[in-house]
Design a binder for this molecule. Structure first.
Ligand code: DAU
Length: 349
């Protein structure tokens, strides 16, 4: 492994991964390939501009096979790490089209390129959502995939392609299934950066349903380290869970976040739930731990670091929370909040 192509490298986890890998491996060189959709953002990589081993940023779509092949040949790429995906569950519920295209077809294109150009490895970044909601116990890698949202189904489809390409063509592909990430550069539509930035501005925090859903939130660099361990010590054809043992109830996360910011709980606004909302995710990451991985942050440490980063980096998120973002916010939240007001009025009447 020497020349790595990071697809989706201008997104949240991809950009953190690049920063992490540049520090860890002084002999590796990197190219970022990203279509720059609404979440892809060159500001996420700004501090790395001019780094001698961050060779290039190439704007392109993973669905565009000739363009992917071109960048692979041009930079003598031997390894692809795929972060490129549509990722937001609520958007997939409103319109799944881009999810099926990028997450499924795009992964197929990468598998074809790795097969035909005989690359050393494709590492595909997947999600714990492929298991569906977990009411008891914790998911292990051999569990059935029972995706319940269009987003989760698109990621499960991509994983099945990875498995099939390994079985049929012996393509050297590994997969990681990550739990919820938090940390710097996360687009403020995910719950933690949304709540932090709303709270800083004294805006309501829209908690879905009763807020008792459970997520194993992890610090993004712990996730990046898990991917690194699988890249170097994982077995092709295998999938690995990457998540902490600690699980957090959304409302508890919200209380702690408000406390860290010194903001009142009265900012919490309960709104209509997400359709098909998975109640709980829980990962057993023993398989990865057996390869030497251990998360370095507790949830409390991860949340505190995240809150402080958003407090210190308003230049990054204020730009985002205008334009397309405002339109999305209206589409996703307007009816939800109105519906809750109506239900309350009914109850009172
Ligand atoms: O589990 C890994 C997954 O985590 C990734 O595969 C997804 O790409 C990523 O978007 C994330 O999915 P979630 O649906 O768990 O994350 P989200 O930040 O959208 O929501 C986290 C929890 O917070 C979930 O229980 C829904 C709730 N929530 C979310 C939003 C946006 C709210 O209560 N209010 C909100 O406004």
């Amino acid at each position: 492994m020497r020349n790595l192509l990071i697809t989706g490298g201008a997104g949240f986890i991809g950009s953190n991964f690049l920063r992490y890998m540049l520090e860890q491996y002084p002999h590796y060189r990197f190219v970022v390939y990203d279509v720059l959709n609404y979440r892809g953002n060159l500001d996420n990589l700004r501090d790395l501009d001019g780094h001698p081993r961050y060779l290039a940023f190439v704007r392109g779509d993973i669905c565009d096979r000739p363009a992917v092949e071109k960048v692979v040949r041009e930079y003598d790429v031997d390894t692809i790490v795929n972060f490129a995906a549509e990722t937001h569950v609520d958007r997939s519920i409103i319109d799944a089209d881009a999810f099926i295209r990028t997450d499924v077809y795009g992964t197929y294109v990468l598998l074809e390129v790795v097969k035909d150009l005989r690359l050393e490895r494709l590492h595909h970044v997947s999600t714990d959502e492929v298991y569906g909601e977990v009411l008891d116990g914790s998911s292990v890698e051999t569990d059935k995939l029972e995706a319940r949202s269009p987003y989760a189904a698109s990621k499960a489809g991509a994983e099945l392609l990875c498995q099939a390409y390994h079985t049929t063509y012996n393509v050297p592909v590994t997969v990681t299934r990550g739990a919820n990430n938090i940390g710097p550069y996360q687009y403020p539509e995910n719950v933690v950066p949304l709540f932090i930035t709303n709270a800083i501005d004294d805006l309501p925090l829209p908690v879905y349903g009763d807020g008792r859903q459970v997520r194993p939130y992890q610090y993004v660099l712990d996730h990046c380290q898990g991917i690194d361990v699988v890249l170097h010590h994982g077995t092709p054809g295998e999938a690995y869970n990457v998540g902490p043992d600690q699980e957090t109830v959304n409302l508890d996360m919200t209380y702690l976040l408000l406390d860290l910011l010194g903001k009142p709980r009265s900012l919490i606004q309960f709104v209509t739930d997400r359709p098909g909302h998975d109640r709980r995710y829980s990962l057993n990451s023993d398989k990865l731990k057996a390869l030497g991985w251990e998360p370095a942050h507790t949830f409390e440490q991860a949340l505190e670091k995240t809150v402080r980063w958003y407090e210190a980096n308003e230049w990054w998120w204020r730009k985002i929370k205008s334009g397309e973002y405002k339109e999305w916010y209206r589409r996703n939240y307007e009816d939800r909040a109105a519906l809750v007001r109506e239900l309350r009025a009914d109850d009172a009447g």
